[in-house]
Design a protein around this ligand. Sequence first.
Ligand SMILES: NC(=O)c1ccc[n+]([C@@H]2O[C@H](COP(=O)([O-])OP(=O)(O)OC[C@H]3O[C@@H](n4cnc5c(N)ncnc54)[C@H](OP(=O)(O)O)[C@@H]3O)[C@@H](O)[C@H]2O)c1
Length: 256
Amino acid sequence: MTERKMALITGATSGIGRAFAERFASMGYDLIITGRRQKLIRKVAREITARHGVEVRVVIAELSDEAGVRQVLKEISECAALAALVNNAGYGMDGLFSERSIGEHLALAGVMVTAPLRFIHAALPGMIARREGIIINVSSLGAWAPAPSNGVYGGSKSFLNVFTESLHLEVRHYGIRVQALCPGFTSTDFHRQMGVEKEMQEIRVYWMKPAGVVDYSMKCLERGRVICVPGLVNRALRAVMAFLPRKLYYRMAGKR
Ligand SMILES: NC(=O)c1ccc[n+]([C@@H]2O[C@H](COP(=O)([O-])OP(=O)(O)OC[C@H]3O[C@@H](n4cnc5c(N)ncnc54)[C@H](OP(=O)(O)O)[C@@H]3O)[C@@H](O)[C@H]2O)c1
């Protein structure tokens, strides 16, 4: 009997993580999903099982805490068939660097940098041994957008991009596919959790749906594209941000 494939998706309670969970389940993967909103994530798990007939294991874990990270590491070490890892859990934080406590900044970097590094490090030996695997790090268009209040968030995502490309160069020979997925504005719980939902509704930006983001991520995987930016408008924005003279960029981005 062939072993069933397993995908671990962090932050699958809502938004992009939930859409990834649906997608991997529709491809026949059993799932381990993590989140903190217990009632909601258990409902997500039941719905996915009912729709796709796969097993879904829920791990309630705060990823800025050592205990939460260890819980997920335990799942990885006990899962011989981990075929896909999606480091998706993340959140934004408003406020200038000096206005927030260092503890808040370290918690953000912990969820979006340290935890993914530890999960990847734990998952890789099995993937290398099996000569296959998928690792998706959910980054952001914000990785190319230095701005007031975006230092730690954007810096974390920027780190993820460089790390992911470097990892690609290390593991591609083993058949392991890695990707830094860099969405722009996506309709999820992200901005509500940040407390800026109302402001976001007032500004005219290009919004994508989580399922559309995941569709494009899957396309990038098929095409072997490591840095994956969903949405034509977002790809154009990325190009503009890269080529704009820095002084002009600072003038535009520096307005708070
Ligand atoms: N939405 C956007 O516009 C956008 C744009 C670019 C990149 N992204 C990235 O996309 C990823 C997913 O976000 P989303 O937009 O789908 O937002 P979302 O709907 O708020 O989902 C975020 C997920 O991350 C989990 N999470 C947040 N903080 C956590 C913590 N401290 N410990 C453990 N889990 C935590 C949440 O779990 P609970 O809710 O259960 O606590 C939830 O499952 C993030 O990495 C974000 O940076 C989002």
